[in-house]
Design a protein around this ligand. Structure first.
Ligand code: MV4
Length: 503
């Protein structure tokens, strides 16, 4: 401990917290605050007037009309509410202002505690190139590539030939796959680079792009870390988030089905070093890709509490929001790395108001029926109740369905059971898609990567009658196989496994 500055010896006052968010995460943060005896303040937009997070809070203030830019993103207005109502700290949740360094700076300047990292850490990790630069010299494995922006296509070609095709062009300010371009051969590079740059400018106002070796079938593994103000940093193991669709995660779990003890420990140590390189404080997540041989590569760090944090909470028994608040208060982490252990297995399904039969089209409307499952091994984090409209203005996530078991197959079985007991009418949801994943042979065996959804899933697989058709087709195929091996051609890979489990 190095507590020479007075500020470090004095714990910040934290009697009242404003949650600058909505929906399930606002509720989830307030629950822990209440548990800790801290008063809660909600903000809301006009369309969220009757939302559960507003009712749950001790006080609530309307910040404007539906669109985020006129409500949840109005940082100055939110700070004014804090100053006028003796708010000690702001919890930003995820999305909205949670990774906005300028907002964080303003909050701190007004003497309000921001429950999250410093603007300094946020700015470093908000730029992939700055992040690469910061971790240089810390012995963190990174994808082969360059660590500065390229503009000249001829130079880019030289670099790409050095690295070897296929390569990936990435936007430094990028997120969610925007500004990312795979390039298979030299002739395509110039055009793809121009596209990546213009997409980066229009999406982020920053045209800086760089080049990496393309890892063609990676798994997405991220490490949760916690760091206090006194130089203590620990990791809370990994979450695997490879089941995603167009960069939107749908299923997450902890631990990963494939990591060995050794790789887990090495990734944990690398994540801690990344956090230390950024002088990180609070809860954060370090993202890695792993390849078929379990080589891991640092990608980026997310400087917020993540949507999928409950799976980590369940396997470690640690309330991450409680830790965030205590760290922001200036407390010392109450555990050391060797105190932390993985206990069992947790699975999360994001229940979106989207129609998986129709290309995951948003399906907003009224929740005519809404009954979440309850029971041992089931946690539902939601922000809606029966009869509510799902607003068009925000992310269409209705709930996170989280299940737990003493091992992975128990967690999967519990998820299937919970999905079957979830009743939602009035909007289409990703529940049936979740069941498809849980029952898929590749998912069950752990033999999957980030291409799972496009490799195995077609919307028709969930429409009525398809299961019967598939079964008949499977029986026919078996008969053909028995009768004449030669007639049977290999079936399209996207269907094979799905059929075979029904044989
Ligand atoms: C990659 C990659 C392959 N090779 N980098 C996608 C979003 C951003 N966080 C990083 N991403 C990727 N970076 C190299 N060098 C593949 C992806 C990627 C991906 C990563 C994690 C989860 C899902 C993904 C889906 C497509 C591409």
């Amino acid at each position: 401990m190095h507590g020479f500055e007075l500020v470090n010896l004095m714990n910040h006052l934290m009697n009242k917290i404003l949650v600058a968010n909505r929906g399930e995460i606002a509720l989830r943060v307030m629950r822990t605050a209440k548990k800790m005896g801290i008063k809660t303040v909600a903000i809301y937009s006009e369309v969220d007037r009757n939302a559960p997070h507003v009712r749950y809070a001790d006080e609530a203030f309307c910040v404007g009309p539906g669109p985020s830019s006129e409500s949840y993103l109005l940082g100055d207005k939110i700070i004014e509410i804090c100053l006028a109502n003796q708010v000690d700290g702001i919890h930003p949740g995820y999305g909205f202002l949670s990774e906005n360094a300028e907002f964080t700076r303003k909050v701190t300047d007004k003497g309000i505690t921001f429950i999250g990292p410093s603007p300094f850490s946020m700015e470093i990790m908000g730029s992939k190139l700055a992040a690469k630069d910061a971790v240089k010299g810390y012995d963190i494995p990174m994808v082969p590539g360059i660590d500065r922006a390229v503009e000249d296509p001829e130079l880019a070609k030289e670099i790409a030939k050095d690295i070897g095709f296929p390569i990936l062009i990435k936007a430094s300010a990028g997120g969610g796959g925007k500004g990312m371009r795979v390039v298979e051969k030299e002739e395509e590079l110039e055009e793809q680079m121009e596209r990546a740059i213009s997409e980066a400018i229009s999406s982020f106002g920053d045209g800086a792009v760089f080049i990496e070796k393309y890892i063609s079938s990676p798994r997405h593994i991220e490490i949760q870390i916690l760091a206090d103000r006194h130089g203590n940093t620990v990791h809370l193991f990994e979450r695997e988030c490879s089941i995603q669709r167009r960069h939107q995660k749908v299923v997450e779990e902890a631990p990963s089905a494939v990591l060995t003890k050794e790789v887990r420990a090495a990734m944990g140590q690398a994540a801690i070093k990344v956090a230390e390189a950024a002088k990180y404080e609070g809860a954060g997540t370090v993202e890695f890709l792993i390849d078929d041989d379990l080589n891991f590569y640092f990608l980026e760090m997310n400087t917020r509490l993540q949507v999928e944090h409950p799976v980590t909470e369940w396997i470690t028994g640690i309330d991450l929001v409680e830790q965030q608040i205590n760290i922001a208060r200036g407390e010392v982490l109450p555990f050391k790395q060797e105190d932390l252990k993985i206990n069992g297995h947790a699975m999360e399904l994001r229940v979106y108001a989207e129609d998986p039969v129709n290309n995951f089209l948003p399906s907003v409307g009224k929740l005519e029926t809404y009954q979440a499952p309850v029971g041992e091994g089931i946690r539902v984090d939601d922000g809606f109740t029966e009869g509510m409209d799902i607003p068009i203005y925000y992310d269409p996530m209705i709930a996170k369905l989280v299940t737990y078991g003493s091992n992975r197959s128990e967690a999967i079985a519990k998820m299937v059971e919970a999905i079957e007991h979830y009743e939602i009418k009035g909007v289409e949801t990703t529940l049936a898609f979740g069941k498809f994943v849980m029952e898929h042979e590749a998912f069950i065996s752990g033999n999957f990567n980030t291409h799972f959804v496009k490799q195995y899933f077609k919307g028709e697989m969930l429409s009525q009658g398809y299961e019967e058709e598939a079964e008949i087709a499977a029986i026919l195929a078996t008969k053909l196989l028995q009768g004449n091996q030669a007639i049977v051609k290999p079936i399209d890979q996207s269907n094979t496994n799905w059929w075979s489990k029904r044989l």
